[in-house]
Design a protein around this ligand. Structure first.
Ligand SMILES: C[S@@+](CC[C@H](N)C(=O)[O-])C[C@H]1O[C@@H](n2cnc3c(N)ncnc32)[C@H](O)[C@@H]1O
Length: 205
């Protein structure tokens, strides 16, 4: 196990394959020496923890962007709905409490800066160049395109763009993350570094 990870990391709710998690950590370790990282889609903080322990070692920061209201598939009645993450009084998904708990317990309060907002709203006045951007937010085509268009331009040269749930075979998963992966490559601004399970990693030229 990676040093700094909580012993119960496997109990933390999330959607990362262990090899994807290890790859995220590996890229975050090199990139956080060059600047801050930003992830879109933190959910309960599983991916944030892998980014966070790497950033902490370099005295860097992870901006963890999520409105914490869940994606389409987390809503009541949908396939990945979790009743434990539903605020019945508000009638809404709420993952922020669980996210905060996991970040605090891992000792990452000084490394992880939560940005509790929609992706487009948070991007509106954003000016900080990023050394790494991890996109794992909404998986509709509209949401994925918004994330790419709002945030990819903030990557500094040499910065890493990691996109989760990129599947070649549509039978394995939705194609919106793959659409932005292709858009990035077609732009001529990115080169492909590696693919680990469904995690695609590109570098800003
Ligand atoms: C698949 S989950 C992220 C999983 C997480 N990266 C992990 O490893 O466990 C997607 C998250 O994106 C968030 N999300 C979806 N659309 C969003 C948007 N437009 N702005 C901000 N967050 C969004 C949801 O609230 C949800 O928590």
């Amino acid at each position: 196990m990676l040093p700094g990870l909580p012993a119960d990391i496997d109990q933390i709710k999330g959607f990362l394959h262990p090899e994807e998690a290890a790859a995220l950590h590996r890229w975050a370790r090199t990139q956080s020496a060059a600047g801050p990282l930003l992830e879109i889609g933190s959910y309960c903080g599983k991916s944030t923890l892998y980014l966070g322990i790497a950033a902490r070692d370099n005295g860097s920061t992870v901006f963890a962007l999520d409105h914490h209201r869940g994606s389409e598939e987390h809503q009541l009645g949908e396939m990945f709905h979790d009743p434990a993450l539903y605020d019945a009084q508000m009638g809404q998904v709420d993952t922020f409490k669980e996210f905060r708990r996991n970040i605090s317990r891992a000792g990452l309060d000084d490394t992880v800066v939560p940005v509790v907002a929609g992706s487009a709203a948070a991007a509106r006045h954003w000016q900080t160049p990023l050394a790494m951007l991890f996109i794992d937010g909404g998986h509709s085509l509209d949401a994925a395109l918004t994330d790419y268009r709002c945030w990819a331009g903030h990557l500094q040269r040499g910065g890493i763009l990691a996109i989760h749930d990129v599947y070649l075979d549509a039978a394995l998963g939705g194609q919106a993350p793959r659409a932005i992966y292709r858009l990035a490559l077609q732009s001529g601004l990115f080169e492909c570094c590696e693919q680990v399970e469904s995690l695609a990693v590109l570098r800003r030229l």
